[in-house]
Design a protein around this ligand. Structure first.
Ligand SMILES: O=C(O)CCC(=O)C(=O)O
Ligand SMILES: [Fe+2]
Length: 271
C-alpha cells in the first residue's frame, strides 16, 4: 500500500530505532526476556532454538501498544518515535477497515463496532534476522497466519517475506515507503471466509541483516468475534463457517503452537 499518508521520515526513524534497540548489549535486552505472551514488553532470541530440523533464525521484540501504550525506555527517544508510528498505523488501519466494511456491503463503522476496535489489541512486533551461514537449514519465521484483523508490515530493503498462494510460495519484494497489508484470522472470521487470512513465512539469507516491523491490529481482548450475521445465509448455501471465540482465549491457543489457529474455531462440516 502506497499513498498512506505516513511520512517516509517516520518510517525510517522507527526502523533505525529498532536497529539501535537490537544493537544494545545483550544484558540490557535480556531485561525484557520472557515467555509470557501477556508480558507488555518481551524480547526473545530465537537463534539457538531447535524446531524439528530447522532453527528459528531471528531475534524479536514484542510490545503491547494498545489499548495501553508500553515501550522500552531505551534507546533514548525510541519510545516517542514508536508511539507516533503506532498511532499512524492505527489511523491507516481504521481507514482500511472502513473501506473493507463498505466493500462487504456493511455500514462503514461495522467492523470497528463489532470488534470494539477503540479498545483493540495492538502489538509492535519487530523481527531481526541476522545473516545466516546456511540459510537453507534455517527459517526466520515458519508458515503461519496472523491472529489480527489486519497487520501492517514495513521492512528494511532486504527481502525475505514469502506468501502462500494456491499452495506455492511467492517472494514479496520490498517496495520502499509502502506498507504490506496482511489480512489476519479475525478478518476471515468476521467476513465468514470472504477475506482469507494469508499464510506467510520469512526466509533468511547469508549476506544481510533484515528487519521487519509487524503491526497487528486486532479486536479488543474481551470481544468474541464471529461471522457478521449479514454475511451468513444458511438457507442459501452460506452457513457460518466459524464460531466466535473471545480474542484473549484465541491468543492463548497460540501457545499451543499450531500452525493454523483458525482450525480452533472452524464449524465442523457434516459428512
Ligand atoms: O518478517 C516478516 O516479513 C514476517 C513477520 C511476521 O510474519 C510476523 O511477525 O508475524
Ligand atoms: Fe506474520
Amino acid at each position: 500500500m502506497v499513498n498512506h499518508g505516513v511520512s517516509e521520515k517516520l518510517m525510517k526513524e522507527v526502523l533505525e530505532g529498532c536497529q539501535e534497540f537490537f544493537n544494545l548489549p545483550v544484558e540490557e535486552k535480556m531485561e525484557f526476556a520472557g515467555r509470557d505472551i501477556w508480558q507488555p514488553i518481551r524480547f526473545g532470541t530465537g537463534v539457538d532454538v531447535k524446531v524439528e530440523k530447522f532453527f528459528f533464525w531471528r531475534d524479536f521484540l514484542k510490545v503491547i501498544v494498545h489499548p495501553q501504550f508500553h515501550f522500552p525506555n531505551k534507546p533514548e527517544g525510541f519510545s516517542e518515535v514508536a508511539g507516533e508510528y503506532c498511532k499512524s498505523t492505527r489511523d491507516v488501519t481504521t481507514e482500511l477497515l472502513k473501506g473493507i466494511s463498505k466493500g462487504l456491503g456493511l455500514e462503514e463503522c461495522y467492523i470497528e463496532k463489532k470488534t470494539n476496535f477503540d479498545a483493540g489489541f495492538q502489538l509492535f512486533a519487530v523481527n531481526l534476522y541476522p545473516p545466516c551461514p546456511q540459510p537453507e537449514l534455517a527459517i526466520g519465521i515458519p508458515a503461519h497466519t496472523d491472529h489480527s484483523l489486519l497487520t501492517l508490515l514495513i521492512e528494511n530493503e532486504i527481502g525475505g517475506l514469502q506468501i502462500q498462494h494456491n499452495g506455492e510460495w511467492f517472494n514479496v519484494n520490498p517496495v520502499p515507503n509502502s506498507f504490506l497489508v496482511n489480512t489476519g484470522d479475525h478478518l476471515e472470521i468476521l467476513s465468514n471466509g470472504r477475506y482469507k487470512s494469508v499464510s506467510h513465512r520469512a526466509v533468511v539469507n547469508n549476506t544481510a541483516t533484515r528487519i521487519s516491523i509487524a503491526a497487528p491490529h486486532g479486536p479488543s481482548l474481551e470481544t468474541a468475534v464471529g461471522p457478521a450475521p449479514e454475511l451468513v445465509d444458511g438457507e442459501n448455501g452460506r452457513p457460518a463457517i466459524y464460531m466466535p471465540m473471545k480474542f484473549k482465549d484465541y491468543l492463548e491457543r497460540l501457545l499451543e503452537g499450531r500452525p493454523c489457529n483458525l482450525d480452533h474455531v472452524r464449524v465442523p462440516v457434516a459428512e
